[in-house]
Design a protein around this ligand. Sequence first.
Ligand code: NAP
Length: 265
Amino acid sequence: MPTNYKAPLAGQHAAITGGGRGIGASIAETLARLGASVSLIGRNAAVLEATKKRIVMEHGVQVATASADVTDEAAVHRALDSLRNALGAPTILVNNAGMAVSAPFLKSDAAYWRKVLDVDLMGAVYCTQAVLPAMLEANWGRIINIASIAGLAGSAYVTAYCAAKHGMIGLTRALALETARTGVTVNAVCPGYTDTEMTANSIATITQKTGRSREEVMATLLARNPQGRLIQPAEVADTVAWLCGAGAGSVTGQSIVIAGGELMP
Ligand code: NAP
């Protein structure tokens, strides 16, 4: 089939968790610009609707939304059923929904650990289990897990987040092998500090806990990145878009670092 260079993802349906804002919204906009229909999943219906409106206006593709907390397996299945009814079975799943909270290890109790593991790891498991059967049946699919450099290296005061993101990398690698003889690929994308609300909240927390100024905290974060800057959500989105393309069919089980050289695994 000849490649449609203007809309290489035309005919694809990408479901993106946490697609209403931050990195997820940027991924949704990029995939829509390339012609995919997109489904946005998140807890805040108003935010999802606002992003939907913007994408429809700018790109003229079909967009559907479904409110769900990714930690609620039944709600995830209901959401994906409704999106399937609206736009057909997702051919691309981007597990992007996530939370980052910090606490010293000895102050992180079991409830804290369960919450972080539920959002940052189990959410991806539930969503993947909901869409994978149709992808296997179609013999084509793309599963892209938005992990983090915290999935490949340790980082103090975020033990639960690091453990969940390392788990996401393990999930990616093992599932990539399990699906290797099909047309389904499974990859992880691992950003460094990215310019979103999540990073703004981390800076606010560190500022509050240490009494350092916002500028000092920002300078410390930026110093970790050899390029001396935050990653832009669109840079993460472009990598996701490349993984969705036909040309990335042999790329599976990989963890692609987008961090200005901060980590060289
Ligand atoms: P963000 O601005 O805080 O956005 C988080 C997104 O996740 C929101 O759309 C939120 O939607 C959704 N979400 C959170 N908990 C959810 C839940 N229980 N159920 C459903 N949706 C939920 O964060 P971001 O920076 O865009 O991060 C996106 C992903 O990139 C995360 O997995 C994060 O770990 C990863 N990441 C971020 C950075 C960074 O520096 N920002 C670096 C590396 C990796 P609702 O609130 O509407 O539910």
